[in-house]
Write a protein that binds this ligand. Structure first.
Ligand code: HEC
Length: 176
């Protein structure tokens, strides 16, 4: 009799245990399912935001940055070209030793004037007359007077001839 009771209890226990296991398994399965859904949604969110959105932003930025860089490079190229031209012009704008040593400090290496007035575009006749007048003291200027005392007519003539070509030279080297 007792054996039957024990057997019955054992069977009931076994049945309960298996049901418990079954329900537990169900719960676990449910939890797993929930976890999976959450994870999937996480992945979706993660995938969407950093990759797709960022990529868009990145490509936008990239395009803008490239555009900016190109514009900057163009600008720099232009500046460099201008500098090259200027350097070339200055190098190409050769003057005589006589002018450079005696006159350029005040009238500029290209005759455009610094302390002294610009001599560009003035005729040979006009310049020669001024030089002669400065030298004789007819046109009063102590700087020019003192400077020209040691120069003979040939030098004055050479200087006047050279200076009268400055405008043409300048225009030529500026590609005008
Ligand atoms: C120390 C500075 C200085 C030097 C160097 C100098 N000049 Fe002058 N020059 C002047 C000044 C200042 C004037 C303006 C004088 C005035 O208006 O009375 C002038 C005026 C002239 C003028 C008259 C320009 C005009 O429009 O009326 C000529 C031409 C001239 N200089 C040629 C020369 C030549 C050529 C040399 C070199 C041999 C020379 N100068 C060297 C300062 C200088």
């Amino acid at each position: 009799m007792i054996r039957h009771v024990i057997a019955a209890i054992a069977t009931l226990l076994a049945l309960w245990a298996s049901y418990y296991m079954y329900s537990l398994d169900k719960t676990v399965h449910k939890l797993q399912e929930i976890h999976r859904v959450i994870k999937a949604s996480e992945i979706k969110v993660q995938l969407k935001k950093p990759t797709i959105v960022r990529e868009d932003v990145q490509t936008d930025n990239k395009a803008a940055a490239e555009k900016q860089l190109k514009a900057k490079n163009k600008e720099l190229d232009k500046k460099l070209e201008a500098l090259k031209n200027k350097a070339g012009n200055i190098a190409a704008f050769k003057v005589s030793k006589l002018y450079k040593q005696n006159c350029s400090s005040c009238h500029g290496v290209n005759g455009r004037g610094i302390i002294g007035p610009s001599l560009v575009g003035k005729s040979k006749e006009f310049i020669l007359k001024q030089l002669k007048d400065f030298k004789s003291g007819k046109r009063r200027n102590y700087v020019m007077y003192g400077l020209l005392q040691k120069m003979d007519d040939e030098k004055l003539n050479n200087l006047a001839t050279e200076i009268s070509t400055f405008k043409e030279k300048w225009d030529k080297y500026n590609n005008k």
